[in-house]
Write a protein that binds this ligand. Structure first.
Ligand SMILES: Cc1ncc(COP(=O)(O)O)c(C=O)c1O
Length: 346
C-alpha cells in the first residue's frame, strides 16, 4: 500500500495492470486519418450510451469543453454558467480566448442555478447593444460545489427555456458518471437534454488521459475542426482510447465505493472541533471550511506530515477527493490523521 494518501483529486490514479493490458492489446491506427479503430469504437460506444449520434475523443476535459462551447457560439455571443463553473474559473479564460464570447455568471446553490435565473439573464436579440445569449453550460457533478448533483427536473426546465429562446445547452460532465451512480440516473436522460456533453475518462474512471465530446453528427463535424485548431488531433490515440473503453466497462459501478468513503469522511469532519462547515456530500468530493483562526495552508502542512495530501480551495477551505486508489485501510488512516491534528486555540 502506498504510504502517501493522495486525496487531492481523482485525477491522480495510476492505471491498473488490467487496464494497462487492455492498452497493450489495442488495435491502433492514425486517428487524424480516422483510422484508429479503438478510438472509433470508443467514440461509438460512448455516443450510443448517451443516445447521441457520435463523439469525438479529446486529450483533456478542458479541450472537449472548449470545443463544445466553440461549436455553439460566435464571437460576441454570451454564455450563461454558474460562478463556480470549471469552464469559467479553471480553463484559462478559454471562453474569451477561444470563442470570443462573454460570460453571464449566475450565483446558484453550490453550482446549480434555476430555469428562472436563466430566463432572467437572456438578452433580447432585437437590441443591438446586447450580446446574444447563445448557450447555457451546466457542470454535473459540480466540482467546487462539493461534488453536488443537479436535479434532472430542473435541467428539463432549463432545456425548455433554451428551446424557447433558440439557445443550446452544453454539459461539462467531467464527473457525470458520479452523478449518474449517485442519483441512479441513465446516461440517456442527459443525452436527450443536452446538445453537447463532455465526459472525462481520467477522473473517477481511472484512465490515464482522455475525454469525449458527444453530440449530433453536424456538431461533432464542427468540433473535429476546432479540435484540430487547438492541436488536439492525436495519432495512435487508440492506446488511450483502450483505457477509456476499459474504464467505461469496469470502473463506473464502483464509483459508489468512493461515494461511501466520502460519506464516512463527511460524518467524521462534522464531529471535529476545528471544522466550521462541510458542504453536503453526494459523490466523491468533500469540501469543508476551517474555523476562522485556522488557515488552509497551515492545516495542509500538518496533514502532509501525516502522509496525507489534500488541496486548498481558498484561504480556509480544503478539498478531499476519493478515487479508486484510496483503499479502506487508507480511509481509516486518513480519519486517524484528522483526529490527531492539533490546532491552536482561537
Ligand atoms: C468539472 C471539471 N471540468 C473539466 C475539467 C477539465 O479536465 P482536464 O483536467 O482533463 O482538462 C476538470 C478538471 O479537473 C473538472 O473538474
Amino acid at each position: 500500500m502506498p504510504r502517501i494518501i493522495d486525496v487531492r483529486s481523482d485525477t491522480v490514479t495510476q492505471p491498473t495492470p488490467a487496464m494497462l493490458e487492455a492498452m497493450l492489446q489495442a488495435e491502433v491506427g492514425d486517428d487524424v486519418f480516422g483510422e484508429d479503430e479503438t478510438v472509433n469504437e470508443l467514440q461509438r460506444a460512448a455516443a450510443e450510451l448517451f443516445g447521441k449520434e457520435t463523439g469525438l475523443f479529446c486529450p483533456t476535459g478542458t479541450m472537449s469543453n472548449q470545443v463544445g462551447i466553440k461549436v455553439h457560439t460566435q464571437p460576441g455571443d454570451e454564455v450563461i454558467c454558474d460562478e463556480l463553473s470549471h469552464i469559467y474559473l479553471n480553463e484559462g479564460g478559454g471562453i474569451a480566448a477561444n470563442s470570443g464570447a462573454s460570460v453571464r455568471l449566475l450565483r446558484g446553490h453550490n453550482g446549480r442555478f434555476t430555469a428562472e435565473q436563466v430566463r432572467d439573464n437572456i438578452n433580447r436579440r432585437d437590441d443591438s447593444h446586447l450580446p446574444w445569449t447563445r448557450l447555457v453550460a451546466v457542470e454535473n457533478t459540480v466540482n467546487k460545489g462539493g461534488g453536488s448533483c443537479w436535479d434532472l427536473r430542473e435541467l428539463e426546465r432549463i432545456r425548455s427555456v433554451c428551446t424557447e429562446n433558440d439557445m443550446a445547452m452544453h454539459l461539462d460532465g467531467a464527473r457525470l458518471f458520479n452523478a449518474l451512480v449517485a442519483r441512479n440516473e441513465s446516461p440517456r436522460d442527459y443525452g436527450r437534454l443536452f446538445d453537447t456533453i463532455s465526459i472525462c475518462l481520467s477522473k473517477g474512471l481511472g484512465a490515464p488521459a482522455g475525454s469525449l465530446l458527444l453530440g449530433s453528427r453536424a456538431l461533432i463535424a464542427k468540433a473535429h475542426r476546432q479540435r484540430k485548431l487547438l492541436g488536439g488531433g492525436m495519432r495512435q490515440a487508440g492506446y488511450l482510447a483502450a483505457a477509456g473503453l476499459f474504464a467505461l466497462e469496469h470502473n463506473v459501478k464502483r464509483l459508489q465505493e468512493d461515494h461511501a468513503k466520502a460519506k464516512v469522511l463527511e460524518a467524521e469532519l462534522r464531529s471535529l472541533p476545528y471544522v466550521c462547515s462541510v458542504l453536503p456530500v453526494e459523490t466523491n468530493i468533500v469540501i469543508f471550511t476551517l474555523q476562522e483562526h485556522l488557515s488552509a495552508e497551515a492545516f495542509l502542512k500538518q496533514l502532509q506530515h501525516q502522509q496525507v495530501r489534500a488541496l486548498s480551495m481558498g484561504r480556509q477551505s480544503i478539498r478531499f477527493v476519493f478515487h479508486l486508489d484510496v483503499s479502506d485501510a487508507q480511509l481509516e488512516m486518513l480519519l486517524q490523521a484528522l483526529r490527531g491534528i492539533g490546532v491552536p486555540a482561537p
